[in-house]
Write a protein that binds this ligand. Structure first.
Ligand code: OXD
Length: 311
């Protein structure tokens, strides 16, 4: 039985994963795609953005483990083999990294840091009144592992925080709205909107003109989920018409972002190259190896997702 690492065009990263997995268990037979050994022996795949249809080649495949927190890159394949478990990464260091990124971005927005960077280059001395935590409500769309960590940290820092999730959950420690009915009230409260929901057919394109129009004046949007959540032209229109004051985008429909894309040079958009919460193989390899052993011994896997729900 073998484990196949599938990371098209990222051989160095795939080799790093293999090293970390082997260090934890030298007995695991590991192959790096496109070399797969004997296809019938592949029972687990560790994957990031595989080619659609790839997994049909492995008739004994039991588990596809995502290398990241998201599984949309697996579930979007219309030719996934049936009855194969799909797992995701749940890791405190990734949550911490996401917390740092969102906190940094919210503080940059409050302190208008990017404006000061531009003014420094022009040698302009222009003090501005900062936005302050007691006057700003951050709305977190998606209160999963990452979203809840972000929400609690911002709350600790004195920001008002509201959350939005698809369905009602018991005892959230932040004020939470849910479902389509709760979305309007959630948006009306959110001076800064942070998108941290999984990408599903329901949430694709959710960051659109109709949604932006429901935010308070001067609102700021942070997208750290998936590029496909955002209707790009609607964002540009909302920024250019003053409906939004700015946006920070870490994810894009096409990555790397095309050099000619208008986001690069927009004065009120900050672009980062999908780094808000990177998976570190050294930290995550233990849960992959643990699931490999669980699978071999028929025990329930950690961090499985529901393919019908999409997360
Ligand atoms: C992830 C990501 O899903 O980095 O972990 O986007």
């Amino acid at each position: 039985m073998t484990l196949l690492i599938v990371m098209p065009d990222k051989t160095k990263q795939a080799e790093s994963w293999a090293r970390h997995l082997r260090k934890l268990d030298p007995e695991i037979g590991i192959h790096i795609w496109p070399e797969a050994g004997t296809p019938e022996e592949v029972e687990m795949a560790l994957s990031w953005r595989h080619r659609p249809g790839e997994f049909l080649k492995y008739e004994n495949l039991k588990c596809i483990a995502s290398m990241g927190a998201g599984v949309d890159h697996i579930l979007c394949d219309p030719n996934l083999p049936p009855n194969v478990a799909v797992t995701r990464v749940v890791d405190p260091s990734m949550a911490q990294s996401m917390v740092e990124y969102v906190v940094m971005t919210v503080l940059n927005h409050c302190r208008q840091t990017h404006e000061y960077y531009r003014e420094q280059r022009r040698k302009e001395w222009k003090p501005k009144i900062p936005r302050t935590a007691d006057n700003l409500c951050v709305g977190i769309m998606g209160l999963g592992h990452l979203g809840m960590n972000v929400a609690l940290r911002l709350k600790q820092m004195g920001f008002s925080v509201v959350g939005w999730r698809r369905t009602e959950a018991a005892a959230d420690s932040v004020t939470t709205f849910h479902g389509r009915e709760g979305l309007r009230s959630f948006l009306a409260a959110s001076n800064v909107l942070v998108c941290l929901i999984p990408l599903t057919p329901e949430t694709r394109g959710i960051l659109n003109r109709e949604l932006f129009d429901q935010l308070p004046a001067d609102a700021f949007v942070i997208n750290v989920a998936r590029g496909e959540h955002l209707v790009e032209d609607d964002l540009l229109a909302a920024l250019d018409s003053g409906v939004l004051s700015g946006a920070c985008l870490d994810v894009f429909c096409r990555e790397p972002l095309d050099p000619g894309h208008p986001f690069w040079s927009h004065p009120r958009i900050v672009v980062t190259p999908h780094i808000s919460s990177l998976t570190q193989p050294a930290r995550v390899a233990p849960q992959i190896v643990e699931n490999y052993h669980r699978m071999k011994t028929g025990r329930p896997l950690l961090h499985t997702v529901d393919p019908d729900r999409g997360y």
